[in-house]
Ligand binder design. Structure first.
Ligand SMILES: Nc1ncnc2c1ncn2[C@@H]1O[C@H](COP(=O)(O)OP(=O)(O)OP(=O)(O)O)[C@@H](O)[C@H]1O
Ligand SMILES: [Mg+2]
Length: 271
């Protein structure tokens, strides 16, 4: 069988530890855009402090599923979600859930880096300020520094914090967006093709960062790169035409898939 070579970022990457508890539990998740059913009942447990990769051909529902996890589909006109999604046992579609708070718990990094048209400092300080996380300027400064440090950007920007975030390179902007996401201390970070606009060096930097971040965060990443999924994730979910076809340890999915459709996709026979 012609499978994808697995070359982990770090010695520990790619290996599922097997003892991480489920953080996000989805049951029977269906998503409709108007009359059209885009997801046909997804059951998926996402383990805490692991990286879960969502793969599959274009249009199969990866972004649709990802957006369910922080209720970003709420803002899509005509979109309806059915089924149940729990984070640490809390039903995130319960009417009592504060969606703003939820999105602080479940942060998101998009395909195209999208810094606010503000300074580097303000990009990171904005979230902690609106969520009342920092008490005063000193604490805010500390959060900005530690978030930029964890995102691997501090050294490059510490002397230009008052300059616009949009003036950074694409790879730096994406790390700024990751710093902005982690500044509010989320539990889960969603990333929808975070490297697709980046060159190989910036991509490698983000992949290393993802591997470091999983020590503290639960990460769900959509990627079209099989190599990237194999390098950064511990678990992989393969979607096709709105169905979750197969889900398992990344090494199993890429070396010994159970489903014919998974094998066809990872060997490049469709998609
Ligand atoms: N806002 C929307 N309105 C109507 N249909 C949508 C909307 N967003 C997505 N869809 C449809 O839902 C299905 C799944 O789309 P989705 O964007 O989740 O796929 P994807 O797997 O993320 O694809 P890609 O790899 O191209 O990003 C597709 O048929 C798409 O046309
Ligand atoms: Mg998508």
């Amino acid at each position: 069988m012609n499978t994808v070579a697995i070359k982990p970022v770090a010695a520990t990457a790619g290996a599922a530890s097997g003892n991480h508890a489920p953080k996000v539990v989805s049951q029977g998740v269906k998503v409709f855009y108007g009359e059209k059913e885009a997801l046909h009942g997804v059951d998926l447990d996402i383990n805490e402090r692991e990286v879960t990769a969502l793969i599959g051909p274009s249009g199969c529902g990866k972004s649709t599923y990802l957006r369910c996890l922080n209720r970003m589909n709420d803002v899509v006109e005509g979109c309806r979600v059915e089924g149940s999604i729990k984070i640490d046992g809390d039903d995130i579609y319960d009417r009592r859930i504060d969606v703003v708070q939820l999105r602080a718990r479940v942060g998101m990094v998009f395909q195209k880096p999208n810094p606010f048209p503000k300074s580097i400092y303000e990009n990171v300080a904005y979230g902690p300020r609106i969520h009342g996380i920092a008490q005063g300027k000193n604490e805010l400064d500390e959060i900005v520094e530690s978030s930029l440090t964890r995102a691997g950007l501090w050294k490059e920007v510490k002397d230009r914090l008052d300059k616009p975030g949009t003036g950074l390179s694409g790879g730096q902007q994406q790390r700024l967006c990751i710093a902005r996401a982690i500044a509010v201390s989320p539990e889960v970070i969603l990333m929808d093709e975070p490297c697709s606009a980046l060159d190989p060096i910036a991509t490698a930097r983000i992949e290393e960062l993802i591997d470091e971040l999983r020590e503290n965060y639960t990460i769900v990443i959509v990627t079209h790169s099989m190599q990237q999924a194999a390098r950064v994730s511990q678990r992989t979910a393969f979607f096709h035409l709105g169905d979750l076809v197969e889900y398992g340890d990344t090494s199993q999915i890429f070396t010994n898939p159970k489903e014919e459709r998974t094998q066809a996709y990872i060997t490049g026979r469709f998609g």
